[in-house]
Design a protein around this ligand. Structure first.
Ligand code: NAD
Ligand code: UGA
Length: 473
């Protein structure tokens, strides 16, 4: 049946659209796939000969792009043209939290999704399956359907089905997640449309992993999956605080509870608080839906997950100040890791943003290191320009303001530092030679490991004071 589907258009060449369509192209060489975006820079980067310049860093992505690009995978800004050629259109555009108007701060801003629906209605020809790939509030399919049916069409004969097919990939492991998904979820009404999309996935996903639901269950399942995952992180982070207060160790508690097969071992690593573009946004979206449907107790339950996460990040900033004798004004602090997790260049909602802002507010001089994040992005995230001069020299000791600077050398970051804080679990941080590095630091020197990546034994041997997340010993 897959032969009926020959041409796919994906609107949105972001973290989801790019890698997802790359894997589709690789697994289905008989399909022609066009990924379109309004952002010319982004499309240029996807078409770049230098694979290090792809707009998304994901292990394994460059290999697939090299293999499929300009064979059956194309990146373009010609949105209308490729909509008109497509049998299936994926909508994979951004759905951020609304910043103003009704539902500001919680509800999803659907203006980009609506714009896509209007373009699809206008330019598609014949029968087109429109697939929601973006994460959307429950009932968005109804909005898309209404727009498709009411808008002026390119062709009298144009007809549509709308399906929900949310994406569950995690950044840093996107290619593996797409190639070996735990499940593929397809929600919809028309069994023919569901079957056509399933046939595409069946080229590499075992049939038993392709779940069919009604469209509202599919939309809600995506929000629920993210809410449950984030809830686990907030739960274990809340326990880390009790561990520190009581002498328990959160890693031991995680191991003990994770051995219960009903709980399971994954997603029980206590860290500096969850980040990423989606957990907070999707939970707040769920909270808004609960409020809208008159369920305040349910809304409060889920909002607690986000409130705990924010509290936890500030908790870490405060304890750092406390351990450094109650003041960090003019103290040099090395920040190891700025991405929201390892193996990605994404900093959206990274715990490092909150913690660095808190420390700068207290007057610290931060030397920030990250193997994949660039200083322009960090400046944008912190809302503070980088001081590119030597911080120690440029700083007026009487000024209460903190500053930050980027460095690609860990030695440089630690030279003369009072403390180092590990905020992202990059593998290279676990291999550092603290015996040597400790000699560069000002004494007494502190290491704060918010990711449990360092060896406490080696830090102790190097004569360093150390704090580790959830370690009450
Ligand atoms: P992104 O911001 O990286 O990419 C979205 C792209 O859509 C942008 O490049 C933007 O220019 C483009 N766009 C917006 N409106 C357009 C239009 N009308 N025509 C053409 N292009 C348009 O976003 P993302 O991280 O890829 O996320 C996309 C969706 O997938 C969101 O709903 C998100 O919640 C969901 N999601 C994200 C992840 C993730 O790991 N990032 C995982 C699963 C689901
Ligand atoms: C998450 C989900 O895992 C994906 O299934 C989903 O598709 C995606 O959101 C989305 O909808 O955007 P992602 O945000 O890329 O993926 O990364 P995760 O691995 O889930 O990590 C999220 C945050 O939680 C990170 O800051 C990470 O460091 C933190 N985390 C995760 C912990 O602190 N401890 C853990 O045990 C696991």
């Amino acid at each position: 049946m897959s032969s009926q589907i020959k041409n796919i258009c994906c609107i949105g060449a972001g973290y989801v659209g790019g890698p997802t369509m790359a894997v589709f192209a690789d697994k289905c060489p008989f399909l022609t796939i066009n990924v379109v975006d309004l952002n010319e820079e982004r499309i240029k980067a996807w078409n770049s000969d230098d694979l290090n310049k792809l707009p998304v860093f994901e292990p394994g992505l460059d290999v697939i792009i090299e293999k499929c690009r300009n064979k059956n995978l194309f990146f373009s800004t010609e949105v209308e043209k490729y909509i008109s050629l497509a049998d299936i259109v994926f909508i994979s555009v951004n759905t951020p939290t609304k910043t103003k108007g009704i539902g500001a701060g919680k509800a999803s801003d659907l203006k980009w999704v609506e714009a896509c629906a209007r373009q699809v209605a206008k330019y598609s020809s014949g029968y087109t399956i429109v697939v929601e790939k973006s994460t959307l509030p429950v009932k968005t399919a109804e909005v898309i359907k209404t727009i498709l049916e009411a808008s002026p069409k390119n062709q009298e004969k144009a007809s549509f089905d709308v399906l929900s097919n949310p994406e569950f990939l995690a950044e840093g492991s996107a290619i593996n997640d797409l190639e070996n998904p735990d499940r593929v979820l397809i929600g919809g009404e028309n069994p023919i449309a569901i079957s056509l999309l399933s046939e595409v996935y069946k080229n590499w996903v075992p049939e038993k992993k392709i779940l069919h639901t009604n469209i509202w269950s599919s939309e809600l399942a995506k929000l629920t999956a993210n809410a449950f995952l984030a809830q686990r992180v907030s739960s274990i982070n809340s326990i880390s605080a009790i561990c520190e207060a009581t002498g328990a160790d959160v890693r031991e508690v995680s191991r003990a509870i994770g051995s219960d097969t009903r709980i399971g071992p994954k997603f029980l690593d206590s860290g500096p608080g969850f980040g990423g573009s989606c957990f907070k946004k999707d939970i707040l979206n769920l909270v808004y839906l609960c409020q809208y449907f008159g369920l305040p107790e349910v809304a409060n339950f889920w909002e607690g997950v986000v409130i705990l996460n924010e509290w936890h990040q500030h908790r870490i900033s405060k304890l750092i100040v406390k351990k450094l004798f109650g003041t960090i004004s003019s103290k040099k602090i090395a920040i190891l890791g700025f991405a929201f997790k390892a193996n990605t260049n994404d900093t959206r909602e990274s715990a490092a943003i909150t913690i660095c802002k808190d420390l700068i507010e207290e007057g610290a001089l931060l030397l920030i290191h990250d193997p994949k994040v660039n200083p322009t992005q960090i400046a944008k995230d912190l809302g503070i320009d980088e001081n590119k001069n030597n911080l120690m020299k440029s700083k007026n000791p009487n000024s209460p303001d903190g500053e930050w600077s980027f460095t690609d050398s860990i030695v440089n970051a630690l030279n003369g530092a009072d403390a180092a804080i590990v905020l992202t679990e990059w593998e290279e941080y676990g291999k550092l030679d603290w015996g040597e590095l400790s000699k560069l630091m000002r004494r007494p020197s502190w290491i704060f490991d918010a990711r449990s990546t360092l060896s406490p034994k080696k830090l102790k041997e190097a004569g360093l004071n150390y704090w580790r997340i959830g370690d009450g010993s």
